[in-house]
Design a protein around this ligand. Structure first.
Ligand SMILES: [Zn+2]
Length: 492
């Protein structure tokens, strides 16, 4: 009996404890306190926010003390009175009504007093303090920060793309900033610090989870804006490419030793003998850029859209070039996504590509036109004297990477022309010069191959034909092979 009695008593205690727990947690749904920055034009404070009843609450006394506003905490009356000049705000514990100069403002959530602290919902600042002080408090729904007064907070836009061996985080700030990246690959974490505070991120996090990145989250809980990337074990080096006058950045997470593993030649290709005086093979990494993608379909004809044709062709080229040259072949996109020109050439630049080929399909008003064009950059574009071209009109002065390889681009275009002319009898492959954005910032021999005419049904069918695509691919292999051969007419 005693035993049983004891059990019942123990059960009663357990029930009481459980009820207490339900009471405590059920009434408040309390979460841990988080750092929450409030930015003023000349200063910032970080307060501890609390999530209560799924609402973010802030400790108001910390904020009004920082603003230098006098206040009276009349605990007996369960009110707090805040003054600003001749204005007066009165708030009452557990009430959503506040009075400002004897006018009533109804908030969505009540004022709380917890553990001797006055806690207010965000709208207390945006509706109450804004009216009391005349200083606007701005808040983006769901964002853990507030901007006060005329503090300047440029919008920050983040996007991420899985480009296969590279995961690319694109950051746009709208104002020039500098980024500093620290990669702690022991702990699979990279921190991208932004040297401008505050910024106003349109999104707090990006849903990006792939082979290289587990999460991308904006964080300024300490008042210092930064983007935290949780990386995977496969992530290696992280490279930052600034663009657009430091208002746009490509943060590329590279696969660990991607170039080595990808470059491994197929087993049936004999490895070069190290002791032999073999010529240096100059083409180890090739980047193929399937033009257009996503919302940008490019030229559309009766049979197919340009964006699909270029992707199909690029994949075929990748297979053939990898198998026959043992080269690493990377695509700027391997799915139907949109990429801007800088993103495309940055894939080539960041992977130290030796050749960059951007694929397009032509369109001619004359539906019977056939053929293809090879494009390279003009000799002296982008601010050079005597070209008559507007400097920076088509791209910014930063994009002068092409100049270092202008002659090599010209040579590879000539080789492509020769091989393509042999491979596709009857077609003409003129080499043209045009200031194309996708070529301008490429720091290696780079060309655009614009094949056929998609609006011509014969051409369109031809372009989708497997045998035709194989001939084009073989021609490119031959051209790159010839390009790789040493050009030393005097030596040997
Ligand atoms: Zn195109």
């Amino acid at each position: 009996m005693i035993e049983r009695h004891w059990k019942r008593k123990r059960l009663a205690i357990l029930m009481a404890a459980l009820c207490a727990a339900i009471f405590v947690f059920g009434t408040r749904l309390r979460a841990a306190a988080d750092d929450f920055p409030i930015y003023f034009p000349d200063s910032r404070i970080v307060v501890k926010s609390e999530a209560l009843n799924r609402t973010t609450y802030l400790p108001i006394v910390d904020i009004i003390q920082n603003l230098g506003l006098p206040y009276t905490d009349a605990l007996a009356l369960e009110t707090i009175t805040i003054r600003s000049g001749a204005s007066r705000l009165v708030a009452t514990r557990n009430r959503a009504l506040i009075s400002i100069n004897d006018q009533i403002v109804l908030l969505q959530n009540p004022i709380l007093r917890e553990s001797n602290r006055w806690l207010v919902p965000i709208e207390f600042l945006t509706q109450g303090l804004t009216r009391l002080t005349g200083t606007p408090f701005r808040y983006r729904a769901g964002a853990p920060r507030i901007f006060a007064g005329d503090v300047r907070a440029p919008e920050l836009v983040m996007n991420a793309q899985d480009l296969g061996p590279v995961t690319r985080l694109t950051i746009r700030t709208g104002v020039p900033v500098n980024l500093d990246v620290q990669h702690d690959d022991q702990n699979n974490r990279a921190i991208v610090r932004i040297d401008q505070a505050p910024v106003d991120p349109l999104r707090e996090r990006i849903d990006q989870k792939d082979r290289l990145v587990n999460s991308i989250v904006f964080d300024d809980t300490d008042g210092e804006p930064k983007i935290v990337l949780e990386t995977t074990d496969e992530a290696g080096e992280i490279r930052v490419t600034p663009s657009d006058g430091n208002q746009l950045f490509f943060v590329d997470v590279l696969r660990r030793a991607a170039q080595i593993t990808e470059a491994a030649p197929p087993a049936n290709v004999p490895a070069p003998r190290i002791d032999a005086p073999s010529p240096e093979r100059r083409v180890r990494v090739i980047v193929i850029d399937p033009g257009h993608g996503g919302m940008d379909s490019g030229t559309t004809g009766p049979a197919a859209a340009e964006k699909d044709l270029t992707l199909t062709m690029a994949r075929r080229l990748r297979t053939v070039l990898q198998n026959q040259l043992g080269a690493t072949v990377l695509l700027t996109r391997d799915s139907d996504i949109a990429l801007d020109n800088e993103a495309r050439s940055a894939v080539a630049n960041n992977n130290q590509a030796n050749v960059f080929v951007s694929l397009h399909v032509g369109y001619s008003a004359n539906k019977t036109d056939s053929g293809a064009s090879l494009f390279i950059m003009p000799d002296n574009f982008g601010g050079g004297a005597g070209t008559g071209e507007p400097p920076g009109g088509m791209f910014l002065p930063w994009y002068l990477g092409y100049r270092t390889n202008r002659q090599a681009s010209s040579r590879i275009a000539a080789l492509f022309q020769e091989e393509l002319t042999k491979a596709v009898p009857g077609w003409r492959f003129p080499v043209r010069k045009a200031p194309l954005g996708v070529l301008a910032s490429a720091t290696m021999p780079a060309i655009v191959l614009e094949m056929g005419n998609v609006n011509n049904s014969t051409n369109s069918q031809t372009l989708m034909d497997n045998a035709f695509q194989s001939r084009i691919a073989s021609a490119l292999v031959s051209a790159i092979q010839r390009f790789s051969e040493p050009q030393t007419p005097a030596a040997n």
